[in-house]
Write a protein that binds this ligand. Sequence first.
Ligand code: PLP
Length: 389
Amino acid sequence: MKRVYMDANATTPLLPEVMEAMRPYWMECFGNASSIHLDGQRAHAALERARATMAEFFNCHDAEVVFNSGGTEGDNTAIFGLLHPGDHFITTSIEHSAVLRAADRVAQRGPQLGVATTFVAPQSCGLISPADILRAIRPETRLISVMLANNETGVLQPVEEIGKIAADTGVFFHIDAVQGAGKIKIDTRRFGCHLCSISAHKMHGPKGVGAMFVRRGTPIEPLLVGGSHERRQRAGTENVPGIVGLAKAAELAMHSLEDGTIDRLAKLRDRLEAGVLQISGTGVNGGSAPRAANTTNIWFDQVEGEALVISMDLKGVAVSGGSACHSGATEPSHVLMAMGLDKTRARASLRFSLLKTATEADVDYVLKVVPEAVEHLRAISPVAAGTAG
Ligand code: PLP
């Protein structure tokens, strides 16, 4: 059976060029980048070449790039590394759990030791208002953390305006750019941030590796201590093959922004969206806001989202739903709920996120499968028949 993967915001496959770039660093050039012999020097040279590529990717200096294990580590480092007891932290209620759970943990250190956090809610279109961020600032505010692109809706946040507010008020600014990387240009200078986290596996690189931009002079405590790797900002022997793969993926991502690939992707996404919206009782979550080119999040009346995900999977299409499993219970998406959707509509929402290698044929196939699946589920739905609330 044909399979179409439309869950790129969960993860992406390696591009062949990325695989090829990594290949020598598993077995031939396996040295420890800290060793002084030739094997070590080769690994070290690869690491520094990758750092130069990432500096171009972030538009920063080489010394401002810190390699790590990915988005979760970057988000945790920003929060645990900058916040002290008594500080105030501003983030949003639509962040990834890597930010939200870290915020919970700094708050839980107790009334005196804790960090008070303000979670700014989005507007119904999914956008965070910079004015709401400004209003939340207090004299003791030390850090603002706002994502670049939301993982569920793709909505792009006004980080540049928030960066200006952070500069004017003397507050540190972290951007979780995990879902923006590869979809829009990551320009840390233009964004005005002090910290910016990205992850390789969301842009056709390997899993478990990422990088963080740390603006020179930002007083961040490392999360991991040990050896003096990464200018003492992140201890642990560098994952050289992974880092080489990250840099290759970043290089390809930069090309894709310029060679029309991302514009083509936006057109494919728009065609998919327009096709799905032909089905009655549907709408786009965050559709009126600027969005990452590959993402659309659509609600379907009288359908249980999870059932639709399974039904589409059985027909060969991978997408994800507007709910997440927490401690065995299915909870509606916190992002969609924060945008004001009720639980039923949040649960009845699906995220389609296209790989940059997606084709017209992929979209055609999905546009064949979705209406059939929706029609079938509505036909057997007690909600549609009006027998259950
Ligand atoms: N931040 C966002 C917005 C994400 O979508 C994700 C992954 O889904 C992460 C952080 C975590 O990244 P990683 O999987 O590299 O830990």
